[in-house]
Design a protein around this ligand. Sequence first.
Ligand SMILES: O=C(O)CCC(=O)C(=O)O
Length: 294
Amino acid sequence: MAYDLEDYLFDLRGYLILEHAVDSAHVRELNAVLDAFPPLEWGQWHGHVQRFDNNGDAGVELQNIVEAGEPFERLIDHPAWIRRLRRYCGEENSYVEGLFIDECFASLRRHGGFFPIHSGGQNGVVRNQYRFVNGRFRCGQVNILLALTNIGPGDGGTVVIPGSHKSNFDPPPIAWNNAQGERQRVDQVAGSIEVHLRAGDALLFVDALCHGASSRTNPDERRAVIYRYGPTWGNTRYGYQYSPELLARLTPERRKILQPIEPRRPPAAISHPLEPAGRSHGNTARQGDPAHVD
Ligand SMILES: O=C(O)CCC(=O)C(=O)O
């Protein structure tokens, strides 16, 4: 199989940093949409976007953010990453080839916020797994975390344990809860590194990689957008359904990533299955039938 440096590093470490993935004009547009958001309580909706924080520590999460406007739609198949995602988790050269976004949200993190450590190859979770089979990547979920602000020391940046997508053991100290019952902060975990990004850079990582985010100690806000990609046969994580309006206005290529499989239903005008033909409710005519008059 032909491979390049990025393939090698993705296999080795479980992540890639895509520098200058999104240009500064586009980053400004994304930030402007977020600036215009009204303050939302947990669970509150703004259009088809809902504030639904993953946990009490991580900060505000605006779920289904692809519904927030055209600048977010442009991220669906952004040229900086779409080819690699198809390669890593798009079931290439198979009967189910294609991608699906099963979760997308904006993450707004202020002072004190962090994301507890989770994931890792040792869990063997099928949905987010790292797999390479017979010369092909067959990952279950690969994420794009796009920085909308510069993320440096003290900003609450993403922390990863390089290579942990192939790990066989929980990282020490052991896992989610420590002896005091606090959620385990990833900046305390052996082997972890903090990823620093400039606004517009993206972190691409297989979700099986052990990861989280360090505590924000700086003032202001860290902003990022996370789109999780997986195979066409996936489902949205929290049950969000992309709105008909969004699906209708997208390019066919983008629509196919949000709705790879169109719903298949019988036509509305068919006979009631339990009644003899011709005695059903409403219009029984099939397309192409001659007009019928009783
Ligand atoms: O906020 C971050 O930097 C990490 C987010 C994360 O760990 C997750 O969404 O699974």
